[in-house]
Design a protein around this ligand. Structure first.
Ligand code: AGP
Length: 608
């Protein structure tokens, strides 16, 4: 999730671009850069690190001119460094481009362009685009861009300019966001509204499949086929803070709603039609997977809860023992991690001290360590032999939501890849699983429509001293994450346990009105879980069930039912967690807590 900006008008472009990028830093910044055209040339300044580094570079070597583009990067391909920072120039230096998204077919395109003599400076997918534009240019920038994106596959919001056509910027959108801002004799482009709010509130959202041609006099919007589109801009009433949250009251709610897109992004380009998973960065040696006899999983907090799902998923797919432990436990218990095993270390930030230590211990003991992480170039990614990046974009709220579902997708992709490699996942099974994975974003969107119903239930739970989350199998794994979500932002005591464990003690705590959340999606465990639900109901519990929308039984026993679209049970955690995230959010909102920054907690626990 990068931030891109563009400007044409009478102002000093450098000032407009840098201040606009600063308002997009919440979209992530591991590097930043700007390009400005003037006197027939394109000047570029860019550097790894925060925007302040770019400021320092510009203080030494400012750029003059009033047409420019800029970018803050959240890396998906290529570690954060000066060369991989955007903007990117073509070989001639006459074309420059910034991009937010993922070009799935950039490697074959790069090979083709290299054969044609193009010289590349970075290892990003983005740089391929600017060479394509140069390759396709025959005197009209928008036509060159049109032909270029016709050859590229994937998600993009791209902004291009050329010294051969001063005063003009061309942009195109497919999946990644892009807006145009209109001023007096000046026009703006940005990934998101906050960037341009200080200059204009007249904003036009560019839709998927549209291109836009901007000059100081305004913008022409057209389809990829060249049909001109007339659409009135909207007047934005948000303040800057609201705009950063996309109009949502909290980053946590915005990130919950981003999950369908995050699931799609994390899957993008990784599922082949025949169901195999292509995982760049996972380069297990030949024979390693076939000879694998054990997998370890280690993580903390929400990442650990994703690992609990991963353990069941991988054990089912690979048919070998999978052992999971908290990183802060594993590192100190002298574990029998042997050479030739695989250790999956899961961490959104890639900086959690205990997870780093456990991953290093596994490596020292001869296990091959694979990092499942959301941050390109994080310490964990640099420690690992193999890396599978989630593509959740920057997660601002301390309470992790979209990173969790992205981690789940990561474990399913690993199960698919390793299971097919071992022959324990059949081709048909792989095709079915891949098809069901692709259907998840739409199903997740349908779950989000329950938001208002959940807000109503939250009012009845808020402030009650103890709440319990129960389930069996994968439903228990989800219950652990639902419990953590609630406790860390409502400050209410909540705990999760396997439904079968209740009668071994905790049932003594269930009394009249005790809220109990039951996750109920695993068909082979359904009757058992229903009996657990009846146990708590008989003691007066107020039962909230999460179940499939076509479940006709559960309503007989539960006080409230939060329904999710049916999927294969194996994948249900991706959907069943969403009502629990929304429940936690609305309870905390009811209690008036600081939802994005809950007390005592940090986004990443980089100390032990
Ligand atoms: C979850 O909502 C918390 N923010 C916390 O448990 C977090 O998941 C844990 O600290 C692990 O962080 P990591 O994924 O960055 O390693």
């Amino acid at each position: 999730m990068c931030g891109i900006v563009g400007y044409v008008g009478p102002r000093n472009a450098q000032e407009v671009l840098v201040s606009s990028l600063r308002r997009l830093e919440y979209r992530g910044y591991d590097s930043a850069g700007i390009a400005i055209t003037g006197n027939g040339r394109i000047g570029v300044r860019k550097s790894a690190g925060k925007l302040q580094r770019l400021d320092d570079v510009l203080a030494e070597q400012p750029l003059t001119g009033n047409v420019g583009i800029g970018h803050t990067r959240w890396a998906t391909h290529g570690v954060p460094n000066d060369l991989n920072a955007h903007p990117h120039l073509d070989s001639s230096g006459d074309f420059v481009l910034v991009h937010n998204g993922i070009i799935e077919n950039f490697l074959p395109l790069k090979e083709q362009l290299l054969e044609e003599g193009h010289r590349f400076r970075s290892d990003t997918d983005t740089e391929v685009l600017v060479h394509l534009v140069a390759d396709e240019y025959d005197g009209d920038l928008i036509e060159a861009v049109r032909r270029s994106i016709g050859r590229a596959k994937g998600a993009y919001a791209l902004v291009v300019m050329s010294s051969r056509e001063p005063g003009r910027i061309v942009a195109a959108r497919m999946i990644s966001p892009l807006v145009v801002g209109f001023g007096e004799g000046e026009t703006f482009l940005a990934s998101d509204i906050p960037a341009i709010l200080p200059y204009t509130r007249s904003v036009l959202v560019i839709n998927d499949g549209e291109m836009v041609d901007i000059t100081p006099d305004g913008a022409t919007v057209q389809t990829m086929a060249g049909e001109v589109i007339e659409r009135e801009p909207m007047e934005v009433s948000w303040d800057a803070g609201q705009a950063e949250k996309g109009g949502y009251p909290h980053f946590m709610l915005k990130e919950i709603y981003e999950q369908p897109g995050v699931i799609e992004e994390t899957l993008r380009g990784r599922l082949q039609p025949d169901g195999t998973a292509v995982l760049e960065g996972v380069d297990l040696p030949d024979g390693f997977v076939a000879g694998l006899d054990k997998v370890w999983i280690t993580a903390c907090g929400t990442a650990y809860h994703a690992g609990l799902v991963g353990r069941d998923v991988l054990e089912k797919a690979l048919r070998i023992p999978i052992e999971i432990d908290y990183a802060h436990e594993l590192r100190y218990r002298d574990p029998l991690i042997r050479r030739g095993t695989l250790t999956i270390a899961i961490s959104q930030s890639g900086e959690t001290a205990d997870t780093l230590a456990a991953g290093r211990l596994a490596t020292e003991l001869g296990s091959r360590m694979l990092a499942l992480t959301n941050v390109v170039g994080s310490t964990l990614s640099r420690d690992a032999a193999d890396i599978l990046y989630t593509r959740a974009g920057p997660e601002i709220a301390v309470a992790s939501t979209k990173a969790y579902t992205a981690m789940l997708i990561g474990t399913y992709l690993l199960a698919l890849r390793l299971g097919v490699d071992r022959g324990t996942v059949t081709r048909d099974g792989a095709v079915q699983l891949a098809g069901e994975l692709r259907a998840l974003p739409d199903k997740a969107n349908r779950v989000l429509r329950m938001d208002a119903d959940i807000a109503a239930i939250a009012g009845r739970i808020a402030g009650i001293d103890d709440i319990y989350f129960i389930g069996r199998g994968l439903d228990y794994a989800v219950a652990t994450e639902g419990s953590l979500k609630l406790k860390e932002i409502s400050y209410m005591h909540s705990e999760a346990m396997p439904a079968g464990e209740l009668k071994h003690g905790t049932l003594a705590l269930i009394t009249d009105g005790t809220p109990v959340v039951v996750v109920l999606t695993q068909s082979h465990l359904y009757d058992k879980t229903i009996s657990g639900l009846q146990e708590v109901k008989a003691r007066g519990a107020n039962v909230v069930a999460v179940a499939y929308e076509d479940d006709t039984e559960v309503a007989k026993y539960a006080d409230h039912v939060l329904r999710i679209p049916r999927t294969i049970d194996f994948l249900s955690p991706v959907l069943s967690i969403i009502p629990l995230q929304l429940l936690a959010y609305h309870v905390a909102k009811e209690l008036g807590h600081d939802i994005d920054m809950p007390r005592n907690l940090a986004k990443s626990v980089t100390v032990e």
